[in-house]
Ligand binder design. Structure first.
Ligand code: HEM
Ligand code: HEM
Length: 180
C-alpha cells in the first residue's frame, strides 16, 4: 500500500496516524483519573494517572505529526455529496483537530498551573514549567475533563457518519480510510 494518499484513498501513513490516534483517544478516556485533585494526585491513582497522561501525550504527538503530514499529503477527493454534507464533514474534522490539540493543552497547562509536574509511565516527571496560579489551573483542569468527554461524543458522531456512508450511501468514504 502506498505511503501517500491518492485522489481516491488515504495513504498508509495517514491511515496509521488516524487509527493510532483513535485507539489512543479511547484508551486515554478509559483511564481518565476522576475525583478531587487530592485523589487524582494520590499514590493510589499513580498508575492510572501516569498511563492516562502518557496515552494523552501520545494523542498530542500523533495530532501534530498528522497536521504536519497533511502539508505534504492532501486528503483524497470527496465522493459526490450535497453541499450541507460536505460542509458538516469539514466542520466535524476541524472540530476533531481542534479538540485533539485542546484536550492535551488544557491538561498540561492545568496541571502545571496547579503546581503539578506531568507524570508519565516510568516515573518520568516534566515541569511544572509555568508559575503556579492554582485557581486558574483548577478551572483549566476541569475544562480539560469536559473537553475530554466532548471529543468522545464528536468522534462518536463522526464514526456514525462513516458507517452511514458505508452502509446506507454505499460510497467509498469508509473504505478510503481502510487498508486493502
Ligand atoms: C485525548 C487525550 C485525552 C482525553 C480524551 C482525556 C480525557 C480526560 C477525562 C474524560 C478526564 C476526566 C476523568 C473523570 O472525571 O473520570 C480527564 C482527567 C484528567 N486528565 Fe485527561 N485526557 C486526555 C489527555 C490528557 C493529557 C495529555 C494529560 C496530561 C499530560 C491529562 C491529564 C489529566 C489529569 C491530570 C486529569 C484529572 C484532572 C483533574 O480533575 O484535576 N489528560 N482526562
Ligand atoms: C477518537 C476517534 C477518532 C478521531 C479523533 C478521528 C479523527 C479524524 C480526523 C481528524 C479525520 C480527518 C482526516 C484528514 O483528512 O485529515 C478523520 C477522517 C476519517 N475518519 Fe476518523 N476519527 C476517529 C474515529 C473514527 C472511526 C471509529 C471511524 C470509522 C468508523 C472513522 C472513520 C473516518 C473516515 C472514513 C475518515 C475519512 C473521511 C473523509 O475523508 O471524508 N474515524 N478522522
Amino acid at each position: 500500500m502506498a505511503a501517500f494518499s491518492t485522489r481516491l484513498r488515504y495513504g498508509a501513513v495517514a491511515q496509521f496516524l488516524h487509527w493510532a490516534t483513535a485507539i489512543l483517544v479511547v484508551a486515554a478516556f478509559v483511564y481518565g483519573p476522576g475525583g478531587s485533585e487530592q485523589q487524582v494526585y494520590s499514590l493510589a491513582k499513580d498508575f492510572d494517572r501516569q498511563l492516562h497522561e502518557t496515552l494523552g501525550l501520545g494523542v498530542f504527538a500523533m495530532a501534530l505529526i498528522r497536521l504536519a503530514w497533511r502539508a505534504f499529503d492532501a486528503a483524497p477527493d470527496d465522493p459526490p455529496m450535497p453541499p450541507w454534507m460536505r460542509l458538516s464533514s469539514k466542520a466535524v474534522h476541524a472540530m476533531l483537530y481542534i479538540l485533539l490539540l485542546a484536550v492535551p493543552l488544557t491538561a498540561i497547562s492545568g496541571a502545571w498551573l496547579e503546581g503539578h509536574p506531568l507524570t508519565l509511565l516510568g516515573n518520568v516527571r516534566i515541569g511544572p514549567l509555568l508559575t503556579e496560579a492554582h485557581a486558574v489551573g483548577s478551572a483549566i483542569a476541569s475544562i480539560h475533563t469536559w473537553l475530554g468527554d466532548t471529543i468522545l461524543w464528536v468522534a462518536g458522531v463522526h464514526a456514525a457518519a462513516a458507517l452511514y456512508h458505508h452502509f446506507v450511501l454505499r460510497d467509498g468514504v469508509l473504505r478510503s480510510m481502510l487498508p486493502g
